[in-house]
Design a binder for this molecule. Structure first.
Ligand code: PEP
Ligand code: MN
Length: 338
């Protein structure tokens, strides 16, 4: 249920309503908008009639059901776009944010070179996987703890915040020590115990869409994180499985305006996994921005031919710099900057 407070409601009144909601067995999530405060009461639908009694309070304007199955992620609860601060970067604001770096952290020189070069081209966040979800158990699985240390070093050297994947609930605390943003990969989008743990970790979460996940299922996955009290979820469209075999996945750019309509959460596009081929990455990066994405995540490797994962879709640093120039022009046409 959504409890909309009257515009002059005081902090004490907000607190009182929250206490009453808690006493009825619901979790209150307070969302302070520019005009008024709204409290989402989230919990078992069966007791929702009790919540209606809150309408009799002086400070309450209305009590209405949230119709969407995802509650806190929906525009019904919050209409203003969510903005997320990571260091001095704001995600979901007027400026687009590009996250870039190698698919996997492979070595100190590889990561540091990639980090320096993506920074010089205008990336604001460094990506790099230390724990890798590989289809084959014989493929490179990532440098794991050593990879996290290298990411921390690259952050010290460049000042770029880090986004890196966490695959297991038991590793969330360890990864959160080094990462500024926890990435939940496509293969784990419905790993509900992982979603609960990243919800508890207090760090922003980059939640990739699963390759066979509907937008509604994906928003319900975001809801798992939000329901734990972590409002900082960034959605990322990275391609879905279709019958089309010329590209690795089919980048579903429809998802960008659909998510914008349904949710206040920022949405990114990943044209690297979405296409699987470096020569298509620039076109789909530009298309993602033209569709209204809040940012991009792009794989860049100093020597893609030597990459231990996702070489065919990784851009050389010079190509990434050229892409940034072209994306900047699209951003301007969209009334945004980069
Ligand atoms: C990645 O970012 O390298 C990755 C594994 O992404 P996804 O989960 O989208 O496949
Ligand atoms: Mn990859």
């Amino acid at each position: 249920m959504i409890i909309v407070l009257k515009s002059g409601a005081s902090d004490a009144e907000v607190e009182d309503v929250c206490h009453r909601i808690t006493a009825m067995g619901y979790s209150p999530h307070t969302i302070r908008g520019a005009l008024r405060t709204v409290i989402g009461a989230v919990g078992d639908d069966r007791g929702k009639d009790a919540l209606r009694s809150l309408e009799s309070l002086e400070c309450v304007e209305s009590v209405t059901p949230i119709l969407k199955p995802y509650k806190l992620a929906s525009r019904e609860v919050r209409d203003e776009p969510t903005q997320i601060r990571v260091g001095d970067v704001t995600i979901g604001g007027r400026s687009l944010v590009v996250m870039a770096g190698p698919c996997s952290v492979e070595s100190r020189p590889q990561l540091l070179e990639a980090a320096e070069k993506v920074k010089a081209a205008g990336a604001r966040i460094l990506r790099g996987g230390a724990f890798k979800p590989r289809t084959s158990p014989y493929a490179f699985q990532g440098l794991e703890d050593e990879g996290l240390k290298l990411l921390a070093e690259a952050k010290r050297e460049t000042g770029l915040p880090i986004v890196t994947e966490v695959m297991e609930p038991d590793k969330v605390d360890l990864v959160a020590e080094h990462a500024d943003i926890l990435q939940v990969g496509a293969r784990n989008v419905q790993n509900f115990s992982l979603l609960k743990r990243v919800g508890d970790a207090g760090k922003p979460v980059l939640l990739k869409r699963g390759m066979a996940t509907t937008i509604q299922e994906w928003l319900l996955s975001a809801e798992y994180v939000l329901a734990r009290g972590n409002p900082n979820v960034i959605l990322c469209e990275r391609g879905i499985r279709t019958f089309e075999a010329s590209t690795r996945y089919t980048l579903d750019l429809n998802a960008v305006p659909v998510v914008k309509k349904l949710s206040h959460l920022p949405i990114f596009v990943d044209p690297s996994h979405g296409t699987g081929h470096w020569e298509f990455v620039e076109a789909m990066a530009m298309a993602g921005v033209a569709a209204g994405a809040d940012g991009l995540i792009i794989e860049v490797h100093p020597r893609p031919e030597e990459a231990l994962s996702d070489g065919p879709q990784s851009l050389k640093p010079e190509r990434f710099a050229a892409l940034m120039e072209r994306v900047r022009r699209i951003a301007r046409a969209m009334d945004r900057d980069l």
